[in-house]
Ligand binder design. Structure first.
Ligand code: NAP
Length: 261
């Protein structure tokens, strides 16, 4: 598959990315059905399948339970094949989210992600917004610290996983990339995609399937969802969370049919 550039960072990503919430956490999540976290053998099989399908983008976060730590082990020996995206600001502790966007915590979190992921450099680090995007961008200095760590070579690209149009655009003015919610049910952040397209910034889509809720009814809802997402110019990659190999294969097949190989 033709990979897409994230701004002028030198990173190129496959149009389908792999989301890994379900590799690390199954409490406090908003999926339509409960699930068991895959064991190491199943998780490695999924990751190897993704790589074989040409997927090179994998998304994690400190807030996704054991996801980062597990990826550190699971990606051993294949680090170079992957563009790893992680985040700062949200922690999931004893069943609840806590937020800290301070410079001190940001530095601590990046150091911890480097250790957990067993790597010298994080490809993409996004501010994991609690919903107050604009406030975080204007008051906390989180992006400034991430950009400083980028200058030091610990990060290749910075940005925000946003929840508002204003916050995402303000973040893009001082970073490379935004991860936005954009699906058949939630389209407000489409404006951010247009902004990114006009200003050579990267866009990753989260919840392209509305966390699976769009897949509950209709004829081939995953395909309809992806058709919708990729119809908007400016989308670099849709990060779809799955632990089901058949879904991973069919999502990749659909993307290939929609975008050509
Ligand atoms: P999503 O990608 O919209 O949907 C994932 C759900 O859809 C899973 O339950 C999956 O179940 C199901 N699914 C996937 N492909 C399918 C198919 N072909 N047919 C039927 N069902 C299918 O939602 P998400 O996982 O919430 O978001 C995606 C990723 O974005 C996350 O994993 C995470 O990396 C990132 N994210 C980031 C934030 C943030 O604030 N930064 C928030 C949410 C998500 P199966 O496992 O059974 O396939």
């Amino acid at each position: 598959m033709i990979h897409r550039a994230i701004a002028d960072t030198g990173l190129t990503v496959s149009p389908l990315g792999l989301g890994t919430v379900k590799l690390g956490r199954n409490e406090g999540v908003k999926y339509p059905q409960g699930f068991s976290i895959p064991d190491d053998r199943q998780a490695l099989q999924l990751i190897n399948l993704a790589a074989d399908l040409g997927i090179n983008l994998i998304d994690t976060a400190p807030a996704y339970g054991t996801s980062e730590e597990r990826l550190g082990t699971l990606l051993a020996g294949q680090r170079e094949r992957w563009v790893i995206c992680t985040k700062v600001g949200e922690e999931f502790i004893r069943g609840a989210s806590h937020f800290d966007f301070s410079p001190e915590h940001t530095r601590f979190s990046v150091e911890r992600s480097l250790k957990r992921l067993k790597t010298d450099v994080l490809d993409l680090v996004l501010v994991h917004s609690d919903g107050n995007d604009l406030d975080i961008v204007q008051r906390y200095g989180t992006l400034e610290v991430l950009n400083e760590l980028k200058q030091k070579g610990l990060i290749r690209a910075t940005g925000i996983s946003s929840k508002t149009v204003e916050g995402a655009i303000a973040a893009l003015q001082q970073s490379d990339c935004a991860m936005v919610t954009y699906n058949l049910n939630e389209q407000q952040e489409g404006e951010v995609i247009d902004y990114a397209q006009a200003h050579n910034k990267g866009i990753l889509i989260k919840k392209a399937l509305a966390s699976g809720h769009l897949c509950q009814t209709g004829e081939d809802p995953a395909r309809q969802s992806m058709e919708f997402v990729f119809a908007r110019p400016g989308v670099c990659s849709a990060i779809i969370g799955t632990i089901n190999e058949a879904h991973l294969r069919s999502n990749q097949q659909t993307v290939q049919e929609l975008l050509g190989s």
